[in-house]
Write a new protein. Structure first.
Length: 115
């Protein structure tokens, strides 16, 4: 039986902006490792946050059984310090389950409430 579910957002990422001419998002001054303009990497602050997250996740009892993640680079990069430990203890059957449905979605673009 599942007793605990932890939800973690990615660590601090490079900012991205919208090109007003095209409406396309892209990372500012940082090339995406995946080549996808909307998939920027973590900043140095984000890398530090991911190490702190690894310390915390490694200390949880009972230990984490399953990891689900968005496929975005920043999400996997956030998990890397933890998964280096998680997979390093001889648990070859462990894996990150990639779920393309995990992510932020804007469901409402604008709302007007009349009173």
């Amino acid at each position: 039986m599942i007793e605990t579910v932890l939800i973690v957002r990615h660590a601090f990422r490079s900012n991205w902006s919208v090109d007003p001419a095209t409406g396309q998002y892209s990372a500012l001054l940082v090339k995406s490792p995946t080549g996808i303009p909307t998939d920027p990497p973590l900043t140095s602050k984000g890398v530090q946050q991911s190490k702190e997250l690894a310390d915390y996740l490694s200390s949880i009892e009972p230990p984490i059984d399953v990891i689900y993640s968005s496929p975005f680079y920043r999400c996997l990069q956030t998990l890397k310090p933890f998964t280096d430990r998680y997979f390093g203890d001889g648990q070859a059957s462990r894996k990150i389950r990639i779920d393309r449905g995990i992510g932020y979605a804007r469901l409402v673009t604008s709302t007007t409430i009349y009173c």
